[in-house]
Design a binder for this molecule. Structure first.
Ligand code: ATP
Length: 336
């Protein structure tokens, strides 16, 4: 319970050492990345928010020359980088990222069909550079629309009105990072505190001050639906924020109101994770061959670790239970 992450020492920065990673490197054979004769190969990393997908994508990119395509429907927009949890550029370790922060949120909603069209042309570009396309993000509707060969716009595979298509546009290797839900919930709640310490509140105060109309329910489309925006709306109406307001400097009266909003943000983040897992299970039960990686022990270790070297145990478990098995799966997939 004493574990208190700071965003900058979040899981993303506790990386296995390079020598540890290099143990898997002989598997990163260059010729495997040449597009297959059958269909082009794409790796897809799925999982609920907070499950370590970005970490895994960067680790895999160290082993297999890759480029990442973001499939989080909020992270495609520019703005609210802390609130939407975009991987910071310095944590990308030079790995090219696409469709992250690249869409103007004022230009209307970016739909799954927009994602399909743009995502496919990005994948073609990556393949032409002989790199491995790795799709990473929690929006399963985006992933489905990008990959399914055919789909019926009126039918939703996730509410059961449409059936899951097995025919995919690419030869896909699906990695699903999963962990015990109570541990994920614990982590997500702490991550919200961490995001607040890192400037989420100040980011939303600026966003509100730039245009208070964005918070009106009627205007709530695209980025304005990001968790954090609707929850803070009530507080902002009651106590219109000044640009100079900071999370650390809130007076006691405001703090009580904001802490209620923070509780809602935590709850809504956990609900989002639950819904995302439900959608992943729907795809798996519909016949998608998802390879599940269990990150429970790695998260458990990260959350109890204290003192010097605290990241090492976490990194060791991550490597043996998540990264190593994933690297083997991807290697086999590329060799097929
Ligand atoms: P849905 O059909 O419910 O939109 P989806 O699979 O297409 O589901 P999700 O990624 O599950 O998309 O996002 C659903 C909602 O969760 C978003 O509309 C947004 O409110 C919230 N959300 C998702 N990702 C983020 C994020 N990175 N930051 C903040 N809020 C998010």
């Amino acid at each position: 319970a004493s574990w208190k992450p700071k965003l900058n020492v979040s899981l993303l920065l506790i990386r296995p050492s390079l020598p540890a990673l290099m143990r898997w490197a002989p598997m990163a054979a260059g010729p495997s990345l040449v597009p297959s004769r059958r269909r082009d190969k794409v790796v897809v990393i799925m999982g609920a928010t907070g499950s370590g997908k970005s970490q895994l994508s960067i680790d895999l990119a160290t082993l297999f020359p890759s480029e990442i395509i973001n499939s989080d429907k909020m992270q495609v927009y520019s703005g609210l980088d802390i609130t939407t949890n975009k991987i910071p550029p310095e944590d990308r370790f030079g790995v090219p990222h696409h469709l992250i922060g690249s869409v103007d949120p004022e230009a209307g909603e970016f739909t799954p069909y927009d994602f399909r069209a743009l995502g496919q042309s990005v994948i073609e570009g990556i393949i032409s550079r002989l790199n491995l396309p790795v799709v990473v993000g929690g929006s399963n509707s985006f992933i489905y629309t990008l990959l399914a060969e055919r789909f019926h716009p009126g039918l939703d595979v996730f509410d059961g009105s449409g059936s899951v298509s097995h025919e995919l546009l690419f030869d896909c290797c699906f990695l699903w990072v999963d962990l015990s839900f109570p541990i994920l919930e614990d982590y997500l709640r702490k991550r919200v505190d961490d995001m607040l310490d890192s400037g989420m509140f100040e980011e939303l105060v600026q966003y509100y001050n730039d245009d208070p109309g964005r918070f009106e329910p009627v205007n709530r489309t695209g980025l304005r639906k990001a968790i954090g925006v609707p929850e803070l709306e009530r507080c902002f109406r009651r106590y219109p924020p000044r640009r100079s307001d900071t999370w650390a400097g809130l007076d006691p009266l405001r703090r009580v109101a904001y802490e209620e909003a923070v509780r809602e943000i935590k709850e809504n983040t956990c609900q989002l994770a639950k819904r995302q897992i439900g959608k992943i299970l729907r795809l798996r039960d519909g016949g998608w061959n998802l390879r599940r990686l269990d990150a429970t022990e790695a998260f458990r270790a990260a959350m109890v670790a204290e003192g010097p070297g605290k990241g090492l145990k976490w990194a060791e478990i991550w490597e043996s239970q998540v990264l190593g098995p994933s690297a083997k799966i991807v290697k086999r997939f590329l060799d097929e």
